[in-house]
Design a protein around this ligand. Structure first.
Ligand SMILES: NC(=O)c1ccc[n+]([C@@H]2O[C@H](COP(=O)([O-])OP(=O)(O)OC[C@H]3O[C@@H](n4cnc5c(N)ncnc54)[C@H](O)[C@@H]3O)[C@@H](O)[C@H]2O)c1
Ligand SMILES: [Zn+2]
Ligand SMILES: [Zn+2]
Length: 348
């Protein structure tokens, strides 16, 4: 079967021919229908060999996967052949305290047990077939378009998770800032629009991305490179600054702007990680009173059901650019160069 692999440190992704996997006991084999490209993949392919922390190479890419169940390992009875499913990617052990609450993204034992997410250590979705380790990591998508469903598993789930926990602060008359209106950010804007009362102020470095932000429901858009950006947000918020700031870029330049936009008691969620290593000062004179600063990673298992339900109800407009599997290297080059708008998706 064809697969898109990262094979050499510092190299580019390649389309290769590998053996079709066979599901072991408890596992499920999917015929992949769509797989999304995430900026996190670009980060992974930039990690120096001596710091690489997610298993070895070659790595079959793709941590946003959707497919059809085509083979069941021994003992699997809770999914059926022919079912269309999305893959919950942050696999955990399923039995620790975090996993017991559906918080497999924060599994306490994944590292000790050597559990790696698909496309981030385990073979991923950017192949004609993929193994899913357990049926509980599948969510039925019915007749949802696979190209729309694939990005929901991360570009949807991750901002949904970050925003959902902040919703009590985002009632009518409040403001929310979204920095980085790419794959994650354009859906973050839509969750805020659908679920909160906040006025949404979107920031990006690229005017084309801001156009997508407006189409996604942002009330205001600003270039984050604008030297007056902080003053403009102060004016837009009546001097209060934002009750919720969501950084889906995570570069030093975006964090340096984002941290100045948080109001007293506001939530500041750092979701983007840039190319790793960006930090902000936190302290009595550096942070607004009672502001809450958190990083978030992916989302809870139940939240993927919620995101898919929103899409099935027609409440999300996922902006995708579709590519054939042979075009994956070109799609990654465009993601790297910032010329992809919305989410790039490999459609099988
Ligand atoms: N925390 C998690 O669980 C998680 C999950 C998925 C992705 N990520 C990270 O989230 C980030 C976004 O991922 P994506 O796939 O949406 O990427 P993307 O490339 O689709 O979007 C990133 C956007 O940020 C914009 N941007 C770049 N620098 C900026 C700045 N200084 N100010 C404002 N905007 C800026 C870009 O123009 C682009 O529109 C990446 O860092 C990725 O690694 C984190
Ligand atoms: Zn991702
Ligand atoms: Zn666990």
């Amino acid at each position: 079967m064809k697969a898109v692999q990262y094979r050499r440190f510092g190299g580019s992704p390649e389309v290769v021919e590998i053996d079709r996997p066979v599901p072991g006991p408890g596992q499920v084999l999917l015929k992949v229908t769509a797989a999304g490209l995430c900026h996190y993949d670009v980060f992974v392919m930039s990690i120096p060999e001596d710091q690489y922390f997610i298993g070895g190479l070659p790595l079959t890419l793709g941590h946003e996967g959707v497919g059809t169940v085509v083979e069941l390992g021994a003992g699997v009875t809770s999914v059926a052949l022919g079912q269309n499913v999305a893959v919950y990617g942050p696999w955990g052990c399923g039995t620790c305290h975090q996993c017991s609450q559906g918080r497999e993204n924060y599994c306490e034992r994944a590292a000790a047990l050597g559990i790696l997410a698909p496309g981030l250590g385990a073979p991923g979705a950017m192949a004609e077939y993929m193994i899913v380790d357990d049926a509980r990591h599948l969510v039925d998508i019915g007749d949802l378009d696979p190209a729309i469903a694939a990005p929901l598993t991360d570009a949807g789930l991750t901002p949904y998770h970050a925003i959902k926990a902040s919703l009590p602060k985002l009632g009518a008359g409040t403001s929310a800032v979204v920095l980085g209106t790419g794959g994650l950010g354009h859906l973050g804007i839509q969750f805020l629009r659908e679920l909160s009362g906040a006025r949404i102020i979107a920031l990006d470095v690229d005017e084309a991305k801001l156009q997508l932000a407006r189409e996604s429901g942002a009330h205001e858009t600003l270039l984050s490179s604008d030297p007056d950006v902080v003053a403009k947000v102060r004016e837009m918020t009546g001097g209060r600054m934002a009750e919720g700031v969501f950084d889906f870029a995570g570069f030093q330049e975006s964090l340096d702007v984002a941290r100045q936009l948080v109001g007293v008691g506001g939530d500041f969620k750092i979701v983007g990680l840039g190319m790793g290593g960006a930090t902000i000062p936190v302290g009595f004179f550096a942070t607004p009173y009672e502001a809450h600063i958190a990083t978030t990673y992916w989302g809870y298992r139940e939240e993927l059901f919620e995101v898919i339900a929103m899409a099935q109800a027609g409440r999300l407009d996922v902006h995708v650019e579709r590519f054939a599997i042979d075009q994956a290297p070109e799609a990654y080059a465009r993601l790297h160069d910032g010329t992809l708008n919305g989410r790039g998706v490999i459609v099988m």
